[in-house]
Design a protein around this ligand. Structure first.
Ligand SMILES: Cc1cc2nc3c(=O)[nH]c(=O)nc-3n(C[C@H](O)[C@H](O)[C@H](O)COP(=O)(O)O)c2cc1C
Length: 299
């Protein structure tokens, strides 16, 4: 990738909508909104709210669905001035496989990200929290996508399951994932004290932005230091990046590149500033490239 900074899924549209506002050539890639098999209108409003330390959302995976993606979006991908990474969500393995097969058929699509923070209709459990389902899902997608790399995007929360994020990351890699995206949002909620109602129509949502950065940083460090860096498994870190220092911390913890989500909602100059700051930091550290600093935290 030309740059280690990407825009995170769900925060940069379904293709290049954001390119009117940000120079796509600055970016390593844009990750698309997660695509599902059927179109989804998403949750009723309000589905986004700001908190003191970031953003709470329960968009509900609003997206045009696979048929519209194939007809209207896929043919445009090769004309965009940056890499487009496909993101997939689903409620059955078959959904993921069908969408992955369609994305794999697009020449310009080099990486697919599996958003596994979705409940499996068959068990009710999130794919990413259930090792058996995660293994089967990753294996089946892997076997039908010969042309693309597969990254599995895990949830930061494994509370309520007997598994750690390291266990789940290993399951995904052993099942054929080429890389990991760490992590999705942290479950959270807000209440309007005047009406005494939850702020989001969905009651709860996902927390993103500065509040979650230290949480995700620890998880990136855990997974990277336990096995991923040694096994050469790339990690895309995502969570709360609003300053170049946040991205630099992710790199030192073991991420090979960094996605920005809510940060670019707050200020679209943030990705450019992060890239410039990282370049200067890299020089000051005496490194010839950012990749030389991956996992170089002195613990
Ligand atoms: C409005 C919004 C929509 C999102 N939609 C998706 C999505 O469709 N698929 C996905 O994998 N993650 C989605 N995410 C999660 C982000 O990709 C990212 O993992 C999370 O926001 C943490 O990064 P941040 O703190 O930089 O925003 C969404 C986040 C936000 C704020």
């Amino acid at each position: 990738m030309p740059s280690p900074i990407l825009l995170a899924s769900g925060t940069a549209g379904t293709l290049d909508e954001i390119c009117n506002l940000i120079n796509p050539r600055l970016l390593g890639a844009i990750v698309t909104k997660s695509i599902t098999k059927e179109p989804r209108p998403g949750n009723p409003f309000p589905r986004i709210t700001w908190t003191r330390a970031g953003m709470l959302n329960a968009i509900g995976l609003a997206n045009p669905g696979l048929d519209a993606w194939k007809a209207d979006i896929a043919p445009q991908i090769e004309h965009i001035n940056t890499n487009i990474l496909g993101s997939i969500a689903g409620d059955s393995i078959d959904d993921y496989v069908q969408i992955a097969t369609a994305m794999d058929a697009v020449d310009a699509m080099k990486i697919i990200e599996l958003n596994v923070s979705c409940p499996n209709v068959h068990s009710g459990l999130e794919f990413g929290a259930d090792p058996k389902a995660l293994k089967e899902l990753t294996e089946q997608v892997r076997s039908t996508t010969p042309n693309t790399k597969i990254f599995v995007k895990l949830s930061p929360i494994t509370v309520g399951t007997p598994h750690t994020i390291v266990d789940l990351a290993k399951v995904a890699v052993d099942a054929g994932a080429d890389g990991l995206t760490l992590c999705n949002t942290v479950p959270a909620m807000g209440i309007d004290v005047h009406t005494r109602k939850p702020i989001l129509s969905n009651t709860t949502g996902g927390m993103s932005g500065p509040a979650i950065h230290p949480i995700t940083l620890r998880l990136v460090h855990l997974v990277a230091s336990e096995f991923a860096n040694q096994a050469n498994i790339p990690i895309m870190a995502v969570g709360g990046v609003t300053r170049w220092q946040d991205a630099a911390e992710f790199i030192l913890a073991g991420a090979t590149c960094v996605q920005i989500g809510a940060g670019s909602f707050a200020n679209l100059n943030i990705p450019r500033k992060v890239i410039q700051g990282l370049d200067k930091w890299c020089l000051k550290q005496g490194a010839s490239s950012i990749q030389d600093l991956v996992g170089q935290v002195r613990v």
